[in-house]
Design a protein around this ligand. Structure first.
Ligand SMILES: NC(=O)NCCC(=O)O
Length: 604
């Protein structure tokens, strides 16, 4: 069986490395293979991502040391005003080498020696930027909740891992990103999950602390370290603008985005994750980030199965066990044009190398315009609302999809109890007490319906929630009653609209002189699920913009009643006695939208 490695002439078979990539070359007919590979891996500048031949000596050394070695190249279109900006980047995935029961100093030394070997190989291959896996210098004991693994935490500026990386960075003129467990002595020994960025001359350029901490499966990492406090820094290195999105941060699109907004051209994603949990996501997330943010991504995963001395559980009903599962390696690069390299081995250490022309980032930004077409101001508003304690989600609510026909119920309620200014729950109570049926004439169709008051009560619950939500979303205020102003306002307006009653009769605080018409579903008799078609909407739009937001409110009601923002509804002149003022039909959608878009929440 051939493998992605064999396809690219750099490594061994699929069966040997455990990787699934490359199977298509075995099973897809030759005349379809190029097409299938284009779809699976993407093409870079109109061609498959090309393998880069490495020196036979290096290939032999990797084979002898039993680590996977692969190299590829991403190109960009030639430009007239900028020279190509090609950088060679390496990713290292490593197993822990010594058992977790060995003395800690021995465990660390074994990892150091193994990684030194692969970093030296990278240096020999001319790698300029290299990233190691998450917490590369230690076993990933965060599943256990045992605190002894904290002993591996070290100073980001002067710990043993940093010193090793500084030595190797100087030796190879290489930027090294070293993700470690950091102990921050300056802050009482606080522990962080940190990527240290060592410049190509051996200085520590800075560090970034993991933003998001997993609490999933056996990843009990919050027992050990704190949520990072370093923002989303981009490091301007000798070889490009680089950022680090540590492991679990890859599930957070805004985390990726923040690095992009800060100007990253290459984001490394040092990870430690296991097959059962995340393998189907692995090929997607980093690649999607590269596409969405117009930068390159290097995704590195730990490799191997690490067994711990004491059994542990994670509150998920599984029997006590002593390992996380298999860290499946499979490190790879993704480019902003949706192309990607194959993966490193699934079951052995490895060094993945890629040449990348950073000019491709701007070329893709220009081509797709994601940065230009993004609506950051809308997102900013949305987020500002979301982080407020009183946030209510926006949603779309199709009132006609409700088996209880919430809007009709509301109309019935208020028709029965048109007492001005009463709160919805008062009305609800009154109808409940009446225990009767209520006739409703649907003026849009001329049909009469009888509805039991008890149904109306049930309906009103949904409507109440709906309207309250609508109220809080729309931000309307009622100058006369502090709360719950909009729910009342809408209740009265809906009632007026439905019954042809002057708004002033039911909503004494509303300034308009005429709100009338009909806003009712077409229905034929029984108020049952399925008997209702899309409502016709005929509503007087004469409510002036004011404290209760006339046009905006009308728009909101239209959306509420039609369950759509694009209903072909028209605001018709009213026929009710209450609306004597002349009106012209106004296309509903011609109304200016409320400043804050109005939607409805389904409480179902
Ligand atoms: N190390 C880490 O954050 N792992 C969490 C699991 C995952 O994100 O797949």
């Amino acid at each position: 069986m051939s493998s992605e490695g064999e396809m690219n002439g750099t490594t061994e078979s699929v069966t040997d490395d455990g990787s699934l990539g490359g199977f298509e070359s075995e099973y897809v007919p030759a005349d379809k293979l190029a097409h299938v590979q284009r779809v699976l891996y993407g093409w870079n500048c109109g061609k498959p991502v090309a393998a880069v031949p490495l020196s036979p000596k290096l290939v032999a050394a990797a084979a002898a040391a039993s680590f996977d070695l692969q190299a590829y190249s991403f190109t960009a279109a030639p430009e007239q005003l900028r020279p190509p900006r090609i950088v060679r980047v390496g990713l290292v995935q490593n197993s822990i080498c010594a058992p977790t029961t060995a003395p800690f100093v021995q465990q660390r030394q074994a990892i150091f020696e193994r990684c030194r070997q692969m970093i030296d190989a990278a240096g020999a291959a001319g790698v300029q930027v290299l990233c190691l896996q998450e917490a590369w210098h230690m076993p990933f004991g965060f599943c256990t909740r045992e605190k002894q693994w904290n002993e591996f935490a070290e100073s980001a500026e002067s710990g043993p891992s940093t010193r090793l990386c500084q030595e190797l960075a100087r030796k190879h003129g290489m930027v090294i990103i070293s993700p470690i467990l950091e102990r921050d002595e300056a802050h009482g020994g606080t522990i962080w999950n940190t990527a240290v960025v060592v410049g190509h001359t051996g200085g520590v350029l800075g560090k970034h602390r993991k933003v998001h901490i997993p609490r999933v499966g056996d990843f009990n990492e919050s027992t050990y370290y704190m949520e990072g406090n370093t923002g989303h820094p981009v490091f301007e290195t000798a070889f490009g603008r680089i950022a680090v999105n540590i492991c679990y941060g890859r599930h957070h699109p805004m985390n990726w985005q923040a690095f992009g907004l800060n100007g990253a051209e290459l984001v490394l994603n040092p990870s430690a994750t296991v097959g059962e949990l995340s393998e189907p996501m692995w090929a997607i997330e980093a690649r999607n980030a590269a596409i969405a943010n117009s930068y390159y991504v290097g995704a590195i995963n730990r490799v191997g199965t690490e067994t711990f001395p004491n059994p542990f559980t994670s509150g998920d009903g599984r029997p006590a066990h002593t390992d996380f599962g298999h860290f499946y390696g499979s490190s790879y690069f993704a480019a902003p044009d949706a192309s990607r390299t194959p993966s490193l081995a699934r079951n052995k250490d490895g060094l993945m190398i890629a040449d990348m022309d950073l000019n491709l980032c701007q070329q893709l930004r220009d081509k797709w315009g994601f940065r230009m077409t993004a609506r950051y101001e809308l997102y900013a508003e949305e987020l500002a609302r979301y982080v407020r304690p009183d946030f209510q989600p926006q949603g779309r609510y199709d009132a006609m999809a409700s088996p209880t026909i919430a809007v009709l119920g509301l109309l019935v309620l208020v028709a029965a109890c048109p007492s001005s200014g009463r709160r919805l729950h008062d009305i609800t109570d009154a109808v409940a007490a009446a225990g009767t049926t209520i006739p409703v004439t649907i003026s849009a169709t001329g049909t009469s319906v009888t509805m039991p008051a008890s149904n109306a009560v049930a309906d009103s619950v949904g409507s109440s929630t709906l309207l309250s939500t609508l109220a809080s979303r729309s931000g309307f205020t009622n100058a006369h009653e502090p709360t719950p102003t909009i729910a009342d306002t809408l209740t009265h307006l809906v009632a007026a609209t439905a019954t042809g009653t002057a708004a002033s009769d039911v909503a004494p605080f509303a300034t308009p002189t005429a709100i009338s018409g009909s806003a009712l579903p077409s229905t034929t008799g029984a108020v049952e699920p399925g008997s209702v078609t899309r409502p016709q909407l005929a509503m007087d739009a004469s409510i002036p913009d004011g404290p209760v937001g006339g046009a905006a409110l009308t728009q909101a009601l239209a959306q509420l009643l039609t369950g759509t923002s694009s209903a072909p509804a028209t605001l018709l002149p009213t026929t009710s006695a209450a609306s004597s003022a002349p009106h012209s039909p106004v296309p509903l959608l011609a109304h200016s939208l409320p400043e804050e878009p109005v939607f409805q929440l389904s409480d179902r």
